[in-house]
Design a protein around this ligand. Sequence first.
Ligand SMILES: [Zn+2]
Length: 219
Amino acid sequence: MFIGHFGLGFGAKRLAPAVSLGVLFAACQWADLLWPTLLLAGVERVEVDPGNTAVTPLRFVAYPYSHSLEALMVWGAIAGAAYWAIRRSSLSSPVVIGALVISHWLLDWITHRPDMPLTVSGTHHVGLSLWNSVPGTIIVESLIFAAGLITYVRATRALDRVGSIGCWSLIAFLLFVYAANLAGPPPPTATLVAWATQSMWLLVAWGYWIDRHREPRPS
Ligand SMILES: [Zn+2]
C-alpha cells in the first residue's frame, strides 16, 4: 500500500489539528521509513520477484522490526510518548500519532500476501492478498486516499499560495509515483529498492513545509 497510508495521514489532521502534517506522514509511514535502512543494514530482507503478486514485483522475505504488528505497536507507543514528552500536548495528539503508526500494519495486511509478521520473532504471517488484483488494489487504495484528502482539505485552509500549490503538487506527485510504480518495470535490484524508498523522507519534509503554510479551519 502506498497512497492509502498518506490518505490516513492527511485525514488524521482533523483529529489532531495541532500536529504537523509532516509528523502525521512520518507516523503513518514509519514502517516504510525504517524499512530501507534496515534493508541496507542487512537486518531485513526483500527480493525482486516479478509476478510475486499482480501489483508488486517484490518478495518480502523478512521485515519483523519494521512491519510486524508487535513491533509497530511498540513503535506507536514510543512515537506517541516521544511527541508528548517534547510537545507536552493534550493526550489526543499522541494517541492519534500512535494509532497512525499501527495503522500501517492494518493497511499493509489488507494488501500483502500472507507475509506480514504478527510478532518480531514468531513465524506466523498473515495478509489478505488484495495485491493479487490490480483493479481491486487501485479502488480500495484510491477510496482511502480520497476520503483522507477530502477530510484534510475540509479541515484546513491555505494561508498563502505555497499552502495551496504545495499541497496540490504533493497530491499530484503522490499519484504520479503510485501510477509509475504500478505501470513501470520491476526494479533491477533489492538494493536499489532500498535506496529509492529512502526518498520517502522527502515526503515527510514536504508535509512539514505545507503545514507551515496552512492552518486548521475554525470548526
Ligand atoms: Zn509498508
